[in-house]
Structure formats: C-alpha cells, structure tokens
Write a protein that binds this ligand. Structure first.
Ligand code: UTP
Length: 317
C-alpha cells in the first residue's frame, strides 16, 4: 500500500480482522549460538518449531491469511510451511500415515505469505514491511517467538475489543517491577464507567524498556497486537528510538494520544499462560511445561521429571 492509500479522517477503517502478520526477522542474539544459522522461531518446542504454534494460534482465531516478515534465514521458515514431496512420498510408500499427517500439519494451516525485511531495523520497521499486503484493514501482529497457550483465547478477546471500540489493541501482562525494563510498559486508565470487562483498559502512554524507577506501571506489552492500518502512516514517520531501532511501541504511543481516525489504544490484560521462546531460560521452561501437557509424551515425561527432581534433591549437598 502506498501512503496515499492510508485511511483519512473521513475514511475510518472499521473492517473485520482477517490477516495476521508475524515478524520473524530479528537477529535472535539472546539465543546465540543456536540462532547463528537458524532463526529462533524455528527452534523446536517439544516436537514443533515455535513458529508453528503461532501460526496455529492465528488460524484458530480465524486468521488464515498469514504474512511472515522474514530476514536472513528465510529458507528454513518457508520450507517449513511448504510441501515436502520427497518426504511425503517416502512416508506414503512405507504406509506411515501418522508421520505423514505430522509432516502435512504445517502446510494445511492457511495461506502463508512472505515479505523480506532487508535489514533488521526494528519491530516497527518489520510491521511497516507488511503495509502493501495488509492494505486498509485492521490486522493482527503475533511475535514469532512469543507463545500463548492454546487453552487461552487472548487473540479472540483482542479482536472482540477492536470490533467494539475501534483503534488498536495491545496485550498486557503484569510482571514483577524488577522485570519491567525488559518490555514495553503501559500507562493505563479505566475504559469507561460502563462496568465493562475489568481486564480491558485504555492505554494513555507507552514507553519501551523503561528503567524501573520511570516505569508508569508493572503492565508489560507482550507479543500480540491488533493494529489499525493508520499505524503504517505513523510508523513511516517514526524515527529510530531505543536501541536505534524503529520501535512499534513509539508509534503506538502516538496512536494512543491521537483522537483522529484509527486512533486510541486499548489494552487487554492477559492472565493466562505465555511462553517466551526467545530467551534461553524461558525457552527451557516452555519446553518442560508443554512437554508435561503433551498428549503423547506428557505421562512418561512427567514421571521421568518427578524422578529426576527427587534424585537431584536427594543428592544435593
Ligand atoms: P526481539 O526484541 O526479540 O529482538 O524482537 P530479536 O532481534 O529478534 O532478538 P534478540 O533480542 O536479539 O535476542 C521481537 C520480535 O520482533 C521481530 C523478531 O523476530 C521478534 O519476533 N523483529 C525484531 C523483526 O522482525 N525485525 C526486527 O528488525 C526486529
């Protein structure tokens, strides 16, 4: 989309959310050396790469048009969501239908498209790369290394808030004050006096990775967004911010302050299960949690884990 196609004050965008954008072009430096040649979104979480959980979440919420913003390791991501004929034929020939179904799982999910972010200039820049594909419609952004447990329906709740209130919607999570410097952080106020859902708030300000002393709250921005397309015009004029990157948080701060078309930002406070697979420690926790609940491996893995912990405790000095 060109800048001339952005919504104007007389042309607010009120359409349905049908597209998902998944930025997956970051460098993944927190997970080196594993991410030197493999995108962090392709790291396995039990038996699927992290990104497959994210695409599954989008399609569960009805968003079957998925645009992935990729960078230097584009091939692995594209290959994962493409057919693998040789493998499929080999499994068919062996009659191994269980594994054949596993191979096909990722290709049957929806329509996955790709756009390349030439240089990793920041999350805001990655989102801007989706402008042509998205057009003048509200859209979802799901960070490719941030997993929401499939039992929690965060994205659906956020889409409902967008439909009811317009503007953009972000997901917030309470974090300990000493961790707030790792996230974007929101200043919030009540939505209205209509006695509505207490987990929905009006966002009055946003700051990227603040020092704990300057943080406006302990509400951290997590990796799910429903964005009004007016964000593209804002992003195009957003200068590099923290870390010299074009920050989505900075553009959203401006949208939160705007009373024009597509302006206003609401927050949905999420109290469910979230796994950050871009951080080594959180990744290990995600693997253990999801392995314990896995439909095939869970029982055996849980009993092994119980024994392992008991043995470790008994041999502790
Ligand atoms: P992160 O803040 O986790 O950065 O990006 P990163 O570079 O991927 O990882 P570290 O911090 O060096 O370990 C948040 C999300 O935004 C995407 C990432 O792929 C991730 O899903 N991103 C970030 C881009 O797509 N492009 C960018 O330029 C930056």
């Amino acid at each position: 989309m060109t800048s001339t196609e952005q919504p104007t004050a007389s042309e607010p965008s009120r359409g349905a959310v049908t597209k998902a954008v998944i930025p997956a072009a970051g460098l993944g430096t927190r997970f080196l050396p594993a991410t030197k040649a493999t995108p962090k979104e392709m790291l396995p979480v039990v038996d699927k790469p992290a990104i497959q959980y994210v695409v599954e979440e989008a399609t569960r919420a009805g968003l079957r048009d998925v645009l992935m913003v990729t960078g230097r390791n584009k091939a692995a991501l594209e290959d994962h969501f493409d057919r693998h004929w040789e493998l499929e034929r080999a499994l068919e020939a062996k009659g191994d239908l269980v594994r054949l179904a596993r191979v096909r799982q990722s290709t049957d999910l929806g329509n996955v498209h790709y756009v390349r972010q030439g240089e990793p200039l920041g999350l805001g820049h990655a989102v801007l790369c989706a402008a042509d594909h998205v057009g003048n419609n509200p859209f979802a952004v799901l960070l490719g290394d941030d997993l929401i447990d499939e039992r929690d329906h965060l994205l659906e709740a956020m889409i409902a808030v967008r439909q009811a209130r317009g503007g953009s919607v972000i997901a917030l999570m309470e974090v300990p004050p000493e961790s707030v410097h790792l996230y974007g952080c929101a200043a919030v106020g009540p939505v209205s006096q209509d006695g509505g859902d207490a987990s929905v708030v009006r966002v009055t300000g946003l700051v990227e990775k603040p020092d704990p002393a300057d943080a406006p709250s302990n509400l951290a921005v997590i990796g799910r967004y429903i964005l009004d397309p007016s964000i593209f015009a804002t992003l195009a004029n957003t200068p590099p911010g923290r870390g010299n990157e074009i920050q989505l948080t900075d553009a959203l701060q401006e949208r939160a302050a705007s009373s024009g078309a597509g302006g206003g930002v609401h927050g949905v406070i999420f109290r469910g299960r979230r796994y950050d697979t871009g951080d080594r420690l959180d990744y290990l926790k995600a693997v253990v949690r999801l392995a314990v609940g896995h439909h095939e491996l869970g029982t055996d893995f849980s009993s092994w884990l119980t024994g392992f912990v008991a043995e470790k405790d008994s041999t502790a000095p």
